[in-house]
Structure formats: structure tokens, C-alpha cells
Design a protein around this ligand. Structure first.
Ligand SMILES: Nc1ncnc2c1ncn2[C@@H]1O[C@H](COP(=O)(O)OP(=O)(O)O)[C@@H](O)[C@H]1O
Ligand SMILES: [Mg+2]
Length: 485
């Protein structure tokens, strides 16, 4: 028996590294920003250029940089062992990030770094890798390449060229490229929002894309007065602490449509409910229930922040691209309990909307009367919309239909459902757009009747279900150019 060396084919291995993880552009850039954060950078500038179909991307930071020897080590694939202990603020994981993130988007990676005045630079080019040969530049060459770096001080630039994935082999037009950049920008505003605003002790970081600074985007809308932060809880796991911070977000009635849409993100409110997992303040995954609960309209206002340290990477099975994790079994039970409590709280937020009968100064849709100790629910004939249709009810059919609806109200089933779990009953609209459509219809009909938009506003402001969502409706009408006041 003897030992025989059997190394991988360099080009083939590096090409397969292109599909390690499942990076999209924001995910790949985020992995490079993680390295900048670890290098204590305070400022990261990203430049993403279309270049007539040969796009390039550069990320410059003012972190502590690398020495020539460190740069060579950093360029090496699998540069650190994933099971080696990491500094608590380290956002890295497998020693692959810079390489696999870069090659997921480009074929040529150049790193230029200045540390204590010394410049070093190196390039991996997938088309010129032979048996693991890397280009290393001497000081003078490195200096020529260093124009992207700040004139003084330490820092690093990562440069992507031959961005075949970004140009989709030159089939991607400039417009599509620009929208990809815009998408990346908004993703980064979410992923790094704690760093951008210095929240929860994250060290403040400025990030800009093509010269424009990113603005923190807080998926919990902590700054809105109607956001309800609930009690935090620290769960111990394998000698580390996991912090659970639940929030019930404001109901749409308290928001403008633009705020509601921004908060919902691209996939909408419904998809964005659930857990937001942060590792060392950096958002890893969001909008998942880890299969502990189902996505539902009533729970869409529930967002739960989960903060984990990097010491628990193994337990959470953080993936190479830091885009996925698995819930440790030890946490399932407690988290399920937390979700249950929150869901009923969120359901209460909905129940209080539009369905209340007792808001002074507003006209409800339903009335509740008590006579001889008997309770009766009926449709309020004085509600302006109901009243207006009854005016034209010569045949009496509308009135008959209303009575029918009232008498057929399924009291028994309702009572059963309500006593089993009232938080499952969902009568009001979960989508503000549907309420706005209804409001437009009613406004149109009212206008035909009263002939004056101000009067329409005055009437609708006091009638349910519009009264409880007036912030939303007024803003929507104003955007349409309808002057209500
Ligand atoms: N912007 C940077 N500034 C300083 N050092 C860096 C930078 N980017 C990468 N490095 C160095 O390169 C190493 C390898 O990075 P990477 O491939 O992302 O793996 P990991 O982050 O898992 O260690 C890092 O551990 C770090 O030492
Ligand atoms: Mg890294």
C-alpha cells in the first residue's frame, strides 16, 4: 500500500464552487459585507456598473485590511476550518464566503488590500487557473490597481469582473441590470438594518451603493407608535443565549398604504410574517414559521426577532451562503407556545377593527339591542350606505333580504367557534386594498348623492368600517387628488 496524492482538478472544483450555496446578488454582496464588518470597517462603498453589458462590481471598505501573507491565505479556498472557534463578532463561517460568493456571480476575482501602508493584490481567474495558479501583484502593480481604495489608511477592495451571472451572458439589458441593483440595495437595507442604524448594540456602519447611502429598513417598524413590542425572552441553548423579541405590527388602519406596502416587502405582508433570524445582528432568514405554525391572515402582523450568536452555527445548521438555517429541536416547544400567545394577540388587533359597536361618534354597521333580557343583533338601518339603498327599495326586496341575513345569522355555529378559539374568527379584511376599493365605491355613490367631496369625507369619516381605518383611507383619497377637507 502506498499513498498517492489525488487533488481535485482546479478548474472543475472552482467551477463547482460557483454553485455552493444558493447565492443571489444581494446574498453574495452581503457575504462580502460580512467580511468588511469582521475587519472592523465603518464604511463600505459598493459600485455596480453595467459597462455596456460587461458589468463589474467593486466593494471597498475601510477595515483593517490584510498583509500580503494574509491575503494569500484569504484567497485560498476553504481558508478556515468551519469547526474552529470564531471570535464572537465574526460573521464568517466556512472559510469559503469570499470565494464562493464572488464566483457565484463572476469568473474573475481581484482583491486589493492596504494594511499599515503596505499594498497587496491578487486575482483568481476561472479561465486561467490551471493547477491552482493565482495572480499575485508586486507593490507597484498593486499600487496601479489601488485607485478604488481610500487614499490613506487601511482598507480592502474586492473587484468582480467577467460577471457572467450578472449579465446572464450578456442577455441582460441595462434596465434589468438597474432593477437588479435597486433590488440588491433594498435587500441590503433589510439584511444589515441593525448595522445601518446601530440598533441593539450593532456597531454603526455606512453602506452606499453607487454613491447613494443605504437607509436602515426595520421589518418590525419599531419607530411606529402603533407597533406593540412584547416581552423579550432569553432561551439558553448549549451554553449560549437566544433572544426572542416578539412584535405585533400596526394594523393597516394605522398606516398609510405606502407604509403598509413597504413593511410588507416585495412578497407582501402575508409572506413576511413569522421569525426573523439574526446572527450577530445580521439578518439570515425572514418570514418563516419553521413549520411551527401556518401562514395565515390573522398572524400576518406577528413578527418575531430571534437573535443567535455565531457559537450556535452548528446547532442551527447555518448554510454556506447564510441564507438558511434549521430550528434546533430543543426550542420547538417554547417557540410554539410563544406563537400561540401572539396569534391571539394579533387576532385581537383585527377584531377591534371595523367590528366595534361602541365607538362613540361613529355609526356602526351592526346594532346590538337588549330588551327583556334578550339580545338581538341587527343591521343598522341608519348606517348611511344601508339607508341609501333602502330609500330606493320600492319593492321591499332589499329590506326583506336584510331581514333574511339577520335571521339566518348562524348563532349556534358562531358561538361554538367563538368559545373554542375566538382568535380564529376573521371577519374583517386583511388586505387594505380591498377596504380601499369598498371605500372608493361608497365615496362614488355618496358623491352622486351629495355632490360635494367635502361632504363625502365628513360622512365617511364617521361610518364604519371606514371610521376605524381613516388614516389609511384619507391618505389614499388624497393621493388620488380627492380633496376631502
Ligand atoms: N474585507 C476584508 N478585510 C479584511 N480581511 C478580509 C476581508 N475579506 C476577507 N478577509 C479575510 O479573508 C478570510 C476569508 O474570508 P471568507 O472567504 O469570506 O471566509 P470566512 O469569512 O468564513 O473566514 C477572512 O477570514 C479574512 O481574514
Ligand atoms: Mg466571510
Amino acid at each position: 500500500m502506498k499513498y498517492q496524492e489525488n487533488p481535485p482538478n482546479a478548474a472543475a472544483l472552482m467551477t463547482s464552487a460557483r454553485s455552493f450555496g444558493n447565492y443571489d446578488l444581494p446574498g453574495a454582496v452581503a457575504d462580502l459585507i460580512d467580511n468588511s464588518i469582521k475587519a472592523a470597517a465603518r464604511k463600505v462603498s459598493i459600485t455596480c456598473l453595467f459597462n455596456g453589458g460587461a458589468p463589474t462590481l467593486s466593494i471597498v471598505d475601510d477595515g483593517y485590511g490584510m498583509s500580503a501573507a494574509e491575503l494569500v491565505a484569504a484567497m485560498r479556498p476553504a481558508s478556515t476550518n468551519p469547526s474552529a472557534e470564531r471570535a464572537p463578532d465574526d460573521l464568517g463561517r466556512f472559510g469559503w464566503g469570499m470565494k464562493s460568493a464572488s464566483f457565484s456571480q463572476c469568473r474573475r476575482l481581484t482583491v486589493i488590500s492596504r494594511q499599515k501602508g503596505g499594498l497587496s493584490a491578487a486575482t483568481w481567474d476561472l479561465d486561467d487557473i490551471d493547477s491552482w495558479r493565482m495572480v499575485v501583484y508586486d507593490e507597484q502593480e498593486a499600487f496601479a490597481l489601488s485607485r478604488g481604495l481610500p487614499a490613506k489608511g487601511d482598507g480592502t477592495e474586492i473587484l468582480w469582473e467577467k460577471c457572467d451571472r450578472l449579465s446572464e451572458n450578456a442577455t441582460l439589458g441595462e434596465e434589468a441590470f438597474n432593477s437588479l441593483v435597486a433590488y440588491t440595495r433594498s435587500r441590503l437595507e433589510l439584511i444589515f438594518h441593525k448595522f445601518l442604524s446601530g440598533l441593539d448594540g450593532a456597531k454603526k456602519l455606512t453602506i452606499s451603493v453607487n454613491g447613494l447611502p443605504l437607509e436602515a429598513y426595520d421589518p418590525f417598524y419599531r419607530s411606529h407608535p402603533a407597533t406593540q413590542p412584547l416581552e423579550k425572552e432569553d432561551l439558553p441553548l448549549n451554553g449560549s443565549i437566544i433572544r426572542i423579541s416578539p412584535f405585533v405590527l400596526p394594523h393597516y388602519s394605522k398606516l398609510k398604504l405606502s407604509e403598509h406596502d413597504r413593511l410588507g416587502g416585495e412578497e407582501g405582508f402575508l409572506r413576511n410574517q413569522g421569525f426573523y433570524l439574526y446572527r450577530n445582528h445580521r439578518l439570515i432568514i425572514h418570514g418563516t414559521w419553521f413549520r411551527l405554525a401556518k401562514f395565515g391572515e390573522l398572524s400576518q402582523l406577528v413578527h418575531i426577532s430571534v437573535d443567535i450568536p455565531n457559537s450556535l452555527d452548528d446547532v442551527w445548521k447555518i448554510t454556506v451562503d447564510k441564507s438558511d438555517a434549521q430550528l434546533p429541536a430543543a426550542l420547538r416547544k417554547r417557540l410554539t407556545q410563544i406563537i400561540e400567545k401572539l396569534r391571539s394577540q394579533a387576532a385581537r388587533v383585527y377584531r377591534n377593527k371595523g367590528a366595534r359597536l361602541d365607538r362613540p361618534g361613529t355609526v356602526p354597521v351592526w346594532s346590538r339591542t337588549v330588551r327583556h333580557n334578550e339580545i338581538r343583533y341587527s343591521v343598522n338601518r341608519e348606517h348611511p350606505l344601508i339607508a341609501s339603498i333602502l330609500e330606493d327599495d320600492e319593492s321591499g326586496r332589499i329590506s326583506a333580504a336584510l331581514k333574511l341575513v339577520e335571521q339566518a345569522f348562524p348563532v349556534g355555529t358562531f358561538a361554538q367557534d367563538a368559545s373554542a378559539d375566538i382568535s380564529r374568527i376573521h371577519q374583517t379584511e386583511a388586505d387594505p386594498r380591498r377596504l380601499l376599493e369598498l371605500a372608493e365605491t361608497v365615496a362614488g355613490a355618496t358623491l352622486a348623492e351629495v355632490g360635494d367631496m367635502k361632504e363625502v369625507g365628513r360622512r365617511m369619516k364617521d361610518q364604519e368600517p371606514f371610521a376605524s381605518s381613516w388614516t389609511l383611507i384619507e391618505d389614499h383619497f388624497r393621493n388620488k387628488g380627492w380633496k376631502l377637507v
